[in-house]
Ligand binder design. Structure first.
Ligand code: FES
Length: 173
């Protein structure tokens, strides 16, 4: 495949090529392609937008506006651990705001931010579907996704501290 001179992402995203091959000529596949891009990289790199546009014949400006319109898409890299804190009704009633406070106190980040060491990103999300455990959060990393429920401020800080401890051990080994 020869690249368009405006396609800054050409050759930079080999993992994405099978997705682009599959959806190149499928009309209305933009959201699916963006979802799969995010599944692969954890976010949608801006350079990849040009490349996706080139391959699926959609203007980069349109892709950019779709990617920024939907809250599910991220244009910035996420930390190694993505904390998805539920802000749904049941969690709200059961004190998710104080859990958010605990996370901010412990990690120094707010919704949408990543710690300077690149380990943690906090993302407030809608109902996670485990309301009986409210307030709840998920922590996603390469090792999988862990669900934590019936959170208190103390419990939340302990969970985060345990993750930090695991990381510190891995660095020493
Ligand atoms: S409202 Fe939080 S899990 Fe449903």
């Amino acid at each position: 495949m020869t690249c368009n001179p405006n396609d800054y992402g050409c050759g930079k995203y080999p993992e994405l090529e099978p997705v682009l091959d599959k959806y190149a000529d499928v009309r209305g596949s933009l959201i699916t392609v963006l979802q799969k891009t995010q599944d692969i990289y954890g976010y949608i790199p801006v350079d990849a937008i040009n490349h996706i546009g080139d391959r699926i014949h959609v203007k980069p400006s349109k892709i950019y506006s779709v990617a920024t319109f939907y809250a599910q898409f991220r244009l910035e890299p996420v930390g190694k651990y993505l904390i998805m804190l539920c802000k749904g009704t049941a969690c709200h009633v059961n004190g998710t705001d104080s859990i958010e406070e605990a996370i901010t106190e412990f990690l120094g980040i707010k919704d949408g931010e990543t710690t300077e060491d690149g380990f943690f990103t906090l993302n407030n999300v809608a109902c996670l579907g485990c309301c009986s455990l409210a307030p709840a959060m998920l922590v996603r990393s390469n090792e999988g996704t862990e669900a934590y429920g019936n959170l208190t401020k103390e419990k939340t800080k302990k969970i985060l501290n345990d993750i930090k401890g695991r990381e510190a051990k891995e660095v020493k080994i």
